[in-house]
Design a protein around this ligand. Structure first.
Ligand code: HEC
Ligand code: HEC
Length: 359
């Protein structure tokens, strides 16, 4: 697993916790309109804070700040801050699919990237896919360079985007991109007419994969949603079901099962808790989002831990305390969070299993 994957995973876990706790407090805070629940934390955001956060640029360019940048300014920015990862001509697929390539003068006329339909390009590049220039402006402005997001000035964002558009032969080499002419350039985006909602995310036989209906009556029945995971993705990072949070209604798919439809069941009925076996404790307590038996994920593998403490006395007590209160420094700089909510009994049982090499 690459460190990017790992970062993503941590972000997803933290995001999920955040969403879960936000919706919990919303529910608590809005039983009815007249009750005001004051938790005594936080304060209203200031206008300056909202301004700093409200940076999105819409397809109609609402939200786009005034400014401009030339292709040659963009080339300087690109060579200094982008080329190391994306390649001198935005062609590299080292860290991600290439940004530029695979589009033609004809695509600029039709607004449909032909290579997407014919499959003739070796890889799908960003410029082949993206329909709206605002998306690129916004993405670069908020997320790039990867190592220092939001460090570019507004004019540098215009410039580096002009440079990429020039590489894609959408604008000439002496072009200066600005808030004044960006809407004109949008009309030359190779895949501007390629946006569609007429298909599902996976192969669902030409139909959308979401078919919503409002439930107005008897809505607590168990809902079974089913979805298809391609064989290559199944189990790529271990069994998703075991890595889920230990609370909340949604359970992850059991990706250890053979290919085919995987049922994602949103359990709305609470079942009586079954006794859990020792090894199930790892899944129940979300240890497996960061640890695996034989491979290092965010934390060391169970095997590495067993090996390290094989001959050390007092390891069990030390590790119980470490899992309980968290910490970093033994295996690297990434900290393990505290597990104050897990019972000492469970932790001791898990540490025994890890040290005995049973997992
Ligand atoms: C340290 C490596 C690194 C540097 C430097 C970097 N990028 Fe990226 N870039 C990435 C990675 C990784 C992604 C994919 C991010 C993701 O999907 O979350 C990405 C994605 C992108 C994308 C979106 C691609 C797509 O199809 O979704 C654009 C556009 C982009 N970078 C432009 C730039 C520009 C412009 C700069 C310089 C100002 C830059 N990048 C500097 C690593 C880098
Ligand atoms: C968010 C990620 C994460 C989760 C969740 C997590 N760990 Fe860890 N764990 C780590 C990291 C990172 C380390 C390495 C810490 C260090 O270098 O000191 C670690 C280290 C350990 C160690 C070795 C500690 C040492 O000092 O050598 C044990 C034992 C352990 N974890 C058990 C568990 C158990 C049991 C659970 C579930 C209750 C769990 N971990 C959940 C990230 C995690």
């Amino acid at each position: 697993m690459s460190s990017f994957d790992r970062l993503h995973r941590i972000r997803i876990i933290l995001g999920a916790i955040l969403i879960a706790s936000c919706s919990a407090s919303l529910l608590a805070a809005t039983p009815n309109k007249t009750t005001h629940v004051d938790f005594g934390v936080g304060r209203p955001a200031t206008p300056a804070e909202i301004k700093a956060w409200d940076i999105d640029v819409r397809p109609d360019f609402k939200g786009l700040p005034k400014g401009s940048g030339s292709v040659s300014l963009g080339q300087d920015v690109w060579e200094g801050k982008c080329a190391s990862c994306h390649g001198t001509f935005a062609e590299s697929n080292e860290v991600f699919t290439p940004l530029v390539g695979g589009t033609t003068a004809d695509d600029i006329k039709t607004g449909h990237t032909r290579a997407l339909a014919t499959g003739s390009a070796p890889q799908r590049t960003t410029i082949m896919k993206v329909a709206t220039l605002s998306t690129l402006w916004d993405y670069i402005n908020r997320a790039m360079p990867w190592t220092a997001p939001k460090s570019l000035t507004t004019d540098e964002v215009y410039g580096v985007l002009a440079f990429l558009l020039n590489l894609a032969e959408i604008v000439p080499a002496d072009f200066v991109l600005s808030d004044q002419n960006i809407a004109e350039v949008q009309k030359r985006m190779p895949n501007r007419n390629g946006m569609t909602t007429a298909h599902g995310l996976w192969d669902v036989k030409g139909k959308p994969d979401v078919n919503g209906s409002n439930c107005m009556h008897n809505c607590r029945a168990t809902v079974a949603v089913s979805s298809q995971l391609p064989e290559v993705a199944r189990n790529a990072h271990g069994n998703i079901a075991e890595q889920n949070r230990s609370f909340g209604a949604i359970r992850g798919a059991d990706t250890s099962r053979p290919a085919g439809a995987v049922a994602l069941v949103a359990a709305t009925k609470t079942e009586a808790p079954k006794p859990v076996t020792g090894s199930e404790l790892f899944g129940k307590n979300s240890c497996l989002s960061c640890h695996a038996k034989a491979s290092k994920l965010v934390g060391p593998s169970w095997e590495q831990i067993a090996t390290r403490y094989k001959d050390s006395t007092g390891a069990e007590d030390k590790l119980v305390a470490k899992v309980k209160s968290g910490g970093a420094g033994v295996w690297g700089n990434i900290p393990m969070p505290a597990h104050a909510h897990v019972s000492e009994n469970d932790i001791r049982q898990m540490v025994k299993l890890i040290l005995s090499g049973a997992r």
